[in-house]
Design a protein around this ligand. Structure first.
Ligand SMILES: CCCCCCCCCCCC(=O)SCCNC(=O)CCNC(=O)[C@H](O)C(C)(C)COP(=O)(O)OP(=O)(O)OC[C@H]1O[C@@H](n2cnc3c(N)ncnc32)[C@H](O)[C@@H]1OP(=O)(O)O
Length: 158
């Protein structure tokens, strides 16, 4: 696992995201990395839910799970486009991706008292659009699958 999370390389002005921004103390501050031995092709993140992230007692709220998949997807998209172009995340000009589409399938209830593991793989990588397929597991059981269509952030967002 690389030592610096993708999201920790985002420039300060783009580090306020509720799901993954390092500058948002109220947010989830998700951290995504290259999976060991899969640099450029697979990504990983971990998150431990808090007791108040409840849906039904004992199980995680689905909106939180979607949020984690969303941010792991956009972070992975930024990472792979930088990797493919031999660029460093955080270099100038900044390249960021926003969510254009998010498809989530809840396959099994997600226990709230376990660490969650998200693994991302790319089904399409273009400089302006990346599609990331993500699994969210606990104890090697896949609870949620998601597809994130991430599109390069337009200048009008700034
Ligand atoms: C908040 C800042 C954080 C900045 C950085 C922080 C990172 C954390 C982000 C966390 C995730 C978020 O919550 S982000 C916030 C939630 N998302 C948003 O608010 C996005 C709002 N939507 C938009 O601004 C726009 O619709 C865009 C940028 C998504 C698309 O703009 P556009 O003008 O239509 O793009 P365009 O160049 O025509 O299309 C580029 C390619 O994407 C495809 N494409 C476009 N839209 C879609 C779509 N809905 N579903 C599938 N594919 C699509 C096109 O077919 C094309 O594919 P091809 O023909 O090339 O194959």
């Amino acid at each position: 696992m690389s030592k610096i999370a993708f999201q920790d390389c985002y420039i300060q002005s783009l580090s306020h995201c509720y799901g993954c921004g390092k500058n948002n103390p109220e947010g989830h501050q998700l951290k995504s990395y290259w999976l060991d031995n899969y640099e450029g092709s697979k990504t990983i993140a971990h998150f431990t839910p808090k007791p108040y992230h409840t849906a039904i007692p004992g199980f995680v709220y689905g909106g939180l799970l979607a949020s984690l998949i969303d941010c792991h997807g956009t972070g992975s998209a930024a990472a792979v486009v930088h990797y493919k172009n031999n660029l460093t995340i955080g270099s100038d000009p900044t390249i960021r991706f926003v969510t254009a589409a998010l498809n989530i399938n809840y396959l099994a209830p997600t226990p709230i008292d376990k660490q969650l593991e998200l693994v991302g793989e790319f089904s399409q990588v273009k400089d302006n659009k990346v599609i990331v397929d993500i699994t969210l597991s606990t104890n090697n059981v896949i609870c949620v699958k998601g597809e994130v269509v991430a599109v390069k952030m337009p200048a009008t967002f700034k």
